[in-house]
Design a protein around this ligand. Sequence first.
Ligand code: FEO
Length: 173
Amino acid sequence: MLSPKLQDALNEQINAEMWSAYLYLSMAMHFEAEGRQGIANWYNVQFREEQAHAEILRNYVNSRGGRVILKAIAAVPTSWNGELDAFQATLDHEQKVTQLINNLYALAEAEKDYATRGRLDWFVNEQVEEEDNVRKIIDRLKLIGNDGLALYTLDQELGTRTYTVPSILATAE
Ligand code: FEO
């Protein structure tokens, strides 16, 4: 059984993951409108990944006999000042999410809930990957500067990203 405190915190994290999904969907729509189809695709995949993160947590709360309470999803920004601005905002956001996961991890330890701590290991590793992916794109964008052809090439590349169901969900079905 999850402690009420941990259940509340996991529900908050579900809401944070849904907010992340909404943020990236908003970015996808922004870049769609800007004619950057590849970047829009990249954010669409990101949107689906965040929904998966929420689903992993939902499944986990249910598997522990807890109660998932869905809360309102706050409004998200709707436009960005170019590619670098959006990816920098993405990195800032992911760093905040990493902090949220770390806080949750610390709470699970304080509550001696080792099952929750174990499940959160997946999220700890995922955050390392998420931050690294975004950082690499930021580095590329800084090199690209105002080079339109190089930006076109990056857009094409990001257009090849595909969504893969995380194995933690694929095996649960
Ligand atoms: Fe669900 Fe991007 O962290």
